[in-house]
Design a protein around this ligand. Structure first.
Ligand code: CUA
Length: 406
């Protein structure tokens, strides 16, 4: 872990270094003395065991008092820093974190909900931790805070980000098959950015139902693109038929608004064949009637934005699986990130030669339709051509990407 200059990390790191330092010093000291005695009093030099050593009050007092003092300072230092981790500064900004299988949800004082934790820098943040199902553990390594979330119990942590940035959040308690994916991040924003983030949001263009699905973390288990993992996909549900188990009996039903409402309010009453009953019920406290209707309408392909048939490029990227390889947060593994792609200088490999260009509409069109003609240096040629998309969707994606500035 790298050194972090934030209060909670410093409290933990200082104690760690103090205790580790003394332990190392003692280990080295004792080892050196042991080796010295082994050599000095070896059998060939002293064939007969003798004990003509007199005891020394000075030495005995020293080796009793000194370690006692060291251990007591370790305790005192650890205790004061630990209590510092539990005493939240008065001016802290409060956010509520809800853990469920398998997502985190954050709720702000103004009622807004997100799946990433947005906070201002240089302000203590108190995170109230609750779990609606099983044991989870809220862990942010960068701030050295980790706390179990226990069903039926409320607990908290606090931290303060001193630099804007993205800090990983993990679930650190095994909580079922989706445990490893129960990750998100703290997004620390500068005061100005946080203030503008806190403004009442202009409608994002996404249908309300999709916004709710994302906020509640539903998409952590239910894909929107037809792929099925631990939960049924939410792709094109309207009029689909599914086998569901009710009271141990399997029956075929057609997906409609009634079924979807039941599946959200009492998910375990009817289980889709082949899946385990593991979805937590969403009661009215978590999901208002109005939002429920929005979700159902969205799932049945009747998102309210359909009044003006607009292509949602962000959704296209998600539904076509682009975001599986291209991140939107700047991280890069197998494909270039979309973050800041507009106007970016990139190096291409063409016919074995390097070529630097600026990303523009022309380039993006080529990259979508014939992705493997020009490869971005350092990435493998694995992208399938998106030439199956209609022209207007290609255009919408290009337009959307050209807005991705740093
Ligand atoms: Cu939640 Cu592990």
């Amino acid at each position: 872990m790298n050194a972090m200059a934030n209060p909670t990390a410093q409290a933990v790191d200082n104690v760690l270094i103090y205790i580790f330092g003394f332990s190392l010093l003692l280990l080295l000291g004792i080892t050196v003395v042991t080796i010295y005695f082994v050599v000095k009093y070896r059998r060939s030099k002293y064939p007969e065991p003798t004990s003509d050593v007199q005891h020394s009050y000075v030495l005995e007092t020293l080796w009793t008092v000194l370690p006692t003092l060291i251990v007591l300072t370790m305790f005192w230092y650890g205790w004061t820093n630990y209590t510092g981790l539990r005493e939240v500064p008065d001016n802290a900004f409060e956010v509520k974190a809800t853990a469920r299988m398998w997502s985190w949800q954050f709720e702000y004082p103004d009622g807004r909900r997100t799946s990433k934790l947005f906070v201002p820098v240089n302000k203590p943040i108190k995170v109230q931790l609750v779990s609606v199902d099983v044991l989870h553990s809220f862990f942010v390594p960068a701030f050295r805070v980790k706390r179990d979330t226990v069903p039926g119990m409320e607990t908290y942590i606090w931290f303060e980000a001193t630099e804007p940035g993205s800090y990983d959040i993990f679930c650190a308690e095994y909580c079922g098959v989706g445990h490893a994916d129960m990750t998100t991040s703290v997004e620390a924003l500068s005061e100005a950015d946080f203030a503008s983030w806190s403004q009442p949001q202009q409608p994002s263009g996404d249908p309300r139902g999709l916004v709710v699905l994302t906020e509640l973390g539903c998409t952590g288990c239910h894909s929107l693109d037809g792929s099925e993992g631990i939960a049924p996909s939410l792709f094109e549900l309207k009029d689909q038929q599914r086998n569901v188990l009710v009271d141990g009996k399997s029956s075929l039903l057609t997906i409609d608004a009634d079924y979807l409402q039941r599946a959200i309010r009492q998910p375990n009453a009817e289980i889709v064949d082949g899946f385990d009953p593991m979805m937590p019920p969403y009661d009215e406290a978590t999901l208002s009637e109005e939002d429920l209707q929005a979700v159902v309408a969205y799932l049945l392909g009747k998102g309210e934005s359909s009044a003006t048939p607009q292509i949602n490029a962000r959704e296209l990227l998600e539904n076509n699986g682009c975001l599986g390889c291209h991140s939107s947060d700047g991280s890069e593994s197998i494909a270039p990130t979309f973050k800041g792609i507009a106007g970016r200088q990139i190096t291409l490999i063409r016919d074995g030669k390097e070529l630097t260009i600026t990303v523009d509409a022309d380039y993006l069109r080529r990259a979508l339709l014939t992705p493997n003609n020009d490869l971005v240096k350092g990435f493998p040629g694995i992208m399938p051509a998106a030439d199956y998309l209609p022209e207007e969707e290609i255009n919408a994606i290009i337009e959307h990407l050209l807005q991705q500035k740093d």
